[in-house]
Design a protein around this ligand. Structure first.
Ligand code: ZN
Length: 304
């Protein structure tokens, strides 16, 4: 299941490959559970828009879409290729210039990969993979396809550009806000870390790894964790996620290429999945407990 660093890597790969492209047409499959917005609305929101930017919000991939400004005769102006390439930049510039109308109304295409979802950028001649649920034809002639065998992935649109992924972004949240979010709760710290209403996108693996680095036991009640430890956790979460993103960055091409092979390098886990193996710091065997139905791994000596 793709976690935050993987989704970040995929979003960056897509930004490199498809930002600036026009969406010419959209084909959607017939599996209703994949479409979180009505299929007709997804198609009409995407078609004839330009992909201004692709970014990650929590574990969602968000395509920022803009329509070309319509000229007085009602015909959409065709931008020059140079403009196309710089569209994402131009969009940011337009915001700075306080000219929201410069690029027409915005909307968003939101993709959640679920367990097995994959975004593939390929030539139209590439064989259509089994379990393809969406094919987006791009101005360059290439196609962007959504493939998802287990169908936990979701496609939706926000026509006002107001998609809210909920919770705070772990890589952007300020330290004081982080401390406020976690202060005074009586739940085990691990379950608070997995609560998407607090922080969005920190999954099971990265929660365990962060708690190890901060020296906090996953079952420990939040209200008993001193401020200094919470500050250490704040730093550890960012460190773990950034390291994983840096590792993933080298394998972007494998992840979104036509063959869809997953060449993602994983962060070497210090506790996650290492039950019974010696702690890398003190050699004490790593323990596993179940908290809110999820396996949690920790070193009983290094984590208090
Ligand atoms: Zn240890």
């Amino acid at each position: 299941m793709p976690e935050l660093p993987e989704v970040e890597t995929i979003a960056r790969g897509l930004q490199t490959r498809v930002a600036g492209e026009m969406i010419e047409s959209v084909w959607l499959g017939s599996k209703p559970q994949t479409m979180k917005s009505p299929p007709a609305e997804i198609a009409s929101t995407l078609e004839h828009t330009r992909i201004l930017e692709v970014r990650r919000m929590g574990k969602h991939i968000v395509f920022e879409l803009g329509r070309n400004r319509v000229a007085r005769d009602g015909v959409a102006r065709a931008p020059s290729p140079a403009k196309t390439r710089n569209k994402a930049k131009a969009f940011k510039k337009a915001k700075v210039l306080k000219d929201p109308k410069a690029l027409g109304p915005r909307s968003q295409w939101i993709v959640h990969l679920g367990m097995t979802g994959r975004m593939v950028v390929c030539e139209p001649s590439a064989e259509l993979a089994k379990h393809t649920h969406a094919v987006v034809k791009l101005g360059s002639g290439r196609e962007l396809r959504f493939v998802d065998p287990r169908r936990f992935g979701r496609l939706s649109v926000a026509t006002q550009g107001d998609f809210d992924a909920g919770g705070a972004e772990p890589l952007e949240v300020e330290k004081e806000r982080f401390l406020m979010l976690f202060r005074g709760r009586n739940t085990p710290i691990k379950s608070a870390l997995l609560n998407q209403k607090l922080l969005r996108g920190v999954g099971n693996i990265y929660a365990d790894e962060s708690l190890f680095r901060a020296g906090i036991r996953p079952r420990r009640r939040l209200s008993t964790v001193p401020r200094a430890k919470l500050e250490a956790l704040y730093g550890a979460i960012q460190e773990v996620l950034k390291e994983a993103i840096a590792l993933g960055g080298s394998s972007i091409s494998d992840y979104v290429d036509a063959d869809g092979e997953e060449g993602f390098f994983q962060l070497q886990h210090r506790v996650y999945g290492r039950e019974g193996e010696p702690c890398l710091v003190c050699k004490t065997p790593v323990k596993r407990v179940v908290i809110v139905g999820r396996s949690s791994h920790y070193c009983p000596k290094c984590q208090k």
